[in-house]
Write a protein that binds this ligand. Sequence first.
Ligand SMILES: [Zn+2]
Ligand SMILES: [Zn+2]
Length: 459
Amino acid sequence: MKPTTIALISSAIVATFGIGYLVYFDQKRRTDPNFKKQLKRERKKASKAAKVSQEKELVTVEALVKNVLEIINKENFPETPEAKEAYFMEQVSMGETLCGQGEAYYEQSVEPFYKALRVYPAPLELIMLYQKTLPEKVFRIVVNIMALEQQKRQAEFYNHFPPPELGVKFQELPVESDKPVRGLTATKDFAVEDVLYTETPFIAALHPQLETTHCNYCMRVLDEENKVECSNCDQVEFCSTQCEQAGSQNYHVFMCTNNKLEPSTVATEFSNYTKATNLKYPQMIAQFLSIMVADEAKKNQDSVMVADEAKKNKDSEKASTYTAWDHIERFNAGKELVPTEESAHEIKLIKALLASKVPGIDEFLSDDIYLLLKSKLNKNSYEVPTNEDILIEKSNEPTRVLYTEKQGLGSAIYKISSYIVPSELEEANVSISYDKTNVITVTAIKDIQSGQQIKAFYQ
Ligand SMILES: [Zn+2]
Ligand SMILES: [Zn+2]
C-alpha cells in the first residue's frame, strides 16, 4: 500500500466537504458519458484480467462482490456530513490497514474501501485516487461493484417512475435506427375520452420575445391588473404570485438580470443573447442546471423530514431520490451534434451565468454534456401551442409541433409525455391538449387496452 492515499484523500475532503455535500454531482459522475467510457475501459480490463486468472479466483471474486453488495444493502449509512466524514475516514483506514498486511488481505479490504466510496461526495475523484493508490486487484473489484449497483439503480427507476397508479409505464421499443428507443405503454384499460393524466413541464422556456406579454413560468397570457413582476428585474413577469414563487425558486433566481438593484452583466448578456437569437434551448439548459441545484436543496430538506417517516412510505421516498439528471439521462437521444462556434459561445455564457451559483459548473458543462442536453431537448420538447395571433419571429429550432398553423408560445419538455411516440392521425390513441398554459392533458381518443402503446399525432 502506498502511503499517499490518506494524505491525498484528506486534502480532497477539505475541498469537498468544505463546499457542501453535492449529491447531484455524483449522480452526474455516475451517469456522465466520459465516466461511462472509463467504466467500460475498467470493465474490459477486468474481464481481460479475469480471463487470465484462475477459475478459482474468479469464483471467489464473484462471491466477494455478491457478499459486499449484500452488506451494502443492509448497511445504515450515516446522514450528516460530519458523520459521513468520520465514517469515511474510518473505512479508508480500515482498508489501508488490511492492504498493509499483505496480498492475503486484499479481498477483505474491498468492503471498507467500497463503503467509503458510497459516502464520498465526489465518487469519480475518489475512484481516480483509488486507481493511483490501491492494489490493482482491489481497485478492479471496487469499480465492478460500483457498476453493478448503478445498473440495479437504473433498473429500479422504472418501478417507481412514472408512478404506477397512473396506468402508464415506459417501455423499450424494438430497435430501429432513427426511431425512439423508449415509448409509453398503458398498464390498464382506458375508455375513449378518459383523461390519462395531466402533467406540468419538467423544463419549459417561453419564447424570449414574449417575455412582457406572457407568464415566464406557465406561459399564460398576462392580465395587466394581476401580473407580478420579478422583484429584482423588469425582464420577466408572472401571471400570479404562485407562478412568481415557483419560477423564482426553480430557476429564475439563477438567471435574473437583477437590473432593479445591482445589474448582473453576465445575466444581461445571456438574456440579450436569447432575445437576439430567439432560441429557447440555451435557457432550458440553464434552467436544467439550476433545477439540479434546486432539486438538491429540496432533497436535503426532504431527507430531514423523511427520516421520521421513512418506514411509512418507502416507495415515494425512492421515487423522490431520482434527480433531474436521472430524468434527462433516460430521454430518447436526438441527433448527435458537433461543437460549433455558436455552441461554444452558449457554453461560455451559461458558465459565466451560473459560475457563482452552481459549484463545479466549469468542469461539468463540457461540450459533450452541453450538446447531449441540447440534442435531448430538441428531440423531446413540444412547441406549446396557442390560439392567439402572435407576431414574433418564428424560431427554427426543432420542436414537436401538435398543431401546425400557428407560432407557439415556447418549448416544454415533460417527464412522462415526452415519451409518447408520434404516429399518423388515424393511429393516434391519445390527444395532447393545452389549456392556455404549458400544462398538458393527455386524453384517450380511442379505447386503449392494457399493454397498448400510447401514440399521439404530432410532427
Ligand atoms: Zn403563470
Ligand atoms: Zn428577475
